[in-house]
Design a protein around this ligand. Structure first.
Ligand code: MLT
Length: 215
C-alpha cells in the first residue's frame, strides 16, 4: 500500500482478523525509529492495526518525540507543542486510513511512554488506553483531564535509575486522580524491557482492549 504523506514519517500495518477496531499507536524510545516497536506490537495483539510514527526531534542524531534539556529535564514548551502535533497526526491518520478514533491504544517505551502520558493529560480524547513502559511524569497539567473510562498499564522497573519509583508513583497517582483505571506491572530490573513486561502487557491488552472488540 502506498503510504500517504502525513505530518510524521511513519509505518502503518493494516489489521487483520478479529481486532479491527483497535489500532496500536507505537511510540519508540530515544534513538528509536518507526520500525522499532512493530514486532512488539505484533506480539502484544496479533492482527491489530499498527501505526508507528518517528519522533521529529533529533538529539545528536537520535529521534525523540520532544526536546529535553538534560536527562529527565524536559523542555515543557516543546513537550506541549509536540504533544498536540502528535495528537493531530493521530487524527489525520484515522482519516487517511479509516481507523476507529475510539480504538487507539498507545504503546510507548521511555520517551514514547512519556509523550503518550502527556497525550493522556493534554489530549485525552486521542487515546482509549495506553501501555506505558518505563514512563516518568512528563508534565503536570494546570487542570487534570477527565480520564474516566480510559485504562492505563504502567510497567515500571524497580531499579530503573531514569524512570524511578517516585516518578512512577506520582504518575500513577495523577492518572488515577483523573479517573483512569490504572494497573501496574513491576519488573525486577531497570530501564530495559524484560520478557515479563511483554507478557504482562499482552495479558492486560487482551483483558482491557481486545475484549472491547466483542462489544
Ligand atoms: C529517554 O532516554 O528516553 C528518557 O529517559 C525519557 C525521556 O527523555 O523522555
Amino acid at each position: 500500500m502506498k503510504v500517504p504523506l502525513l505530518s510524521f514519517t511513519h509505518r502503518y500495518v493494516p489489521g487483520t482478523g478479529t481486532t479491527l477496531k483497535t489500532t496500536l499507536l507505537l511510540l519508540h524510545g530515544t534513538g528509536g525509529s518507526e520500525t522499532d516497536l512493530l514486532d512488539l506490537g505484533r506480539e502484544l495483539l496479533p492482527g491489530a492495526t499498527l501505526l508507528s510514527p518517528r519522533g521529529k526531534v533529533l538529539e545528536n542524531g537520535m529521534p525523540r518525540f520532544f526536546r529535553r534539556l538534560a536527562e529527565g529535564v524536559f523542555d515543557l514548551e516543546d513537550l506541549e507543542r509536540r504533544t498536540h502535533e502528535l495528537a493531530d497526526f493521530v487524527r489525520e491518520a484515522c482519516d487517511a486510513y479509516a481507523l476507529d478514533p475510539d480504538g487507539i491504544v498507545a504503546v510507548g517505551y521511555s520517551n514514547g511512554a512519556n509523550i503518550a502520558a502527556s497525550m493522556l493529560l493534554l489530549r485525552p480524547e486521542t487515546l482509549a488506553a495506553a501501555v506505558l513502559f518505563r514512563p516518568m511524569v512528563p508534565m503536570v497539567p494546570s487542570r487534570l483531564p477527565d480520564l474516566k473510562g480510559r485504562s492505563v498499564l504502567v510497567a515500571a522497573g524497580q531499579v530503573d535509575p531514569i524512570a524511578n519509583s517516585s516518578q512512577t508513583k506520582k504518575l500513577v497517582e495523577m492518572l488515577s486522580g483523573a479517573g483512569a483505571n490504572v494497573a501496574m506491572h513491576k519488573h525486577a530490573g531497570g530501564h530495559e524491557l524484560g520478557n515479563d513486561d511483554v507478557a504482562a502487557a499482552q495479558t492486560w491488552i487482551r483483558e482491557h482492549v481486545a475484549n472491547k472488540e466483542a462489544r
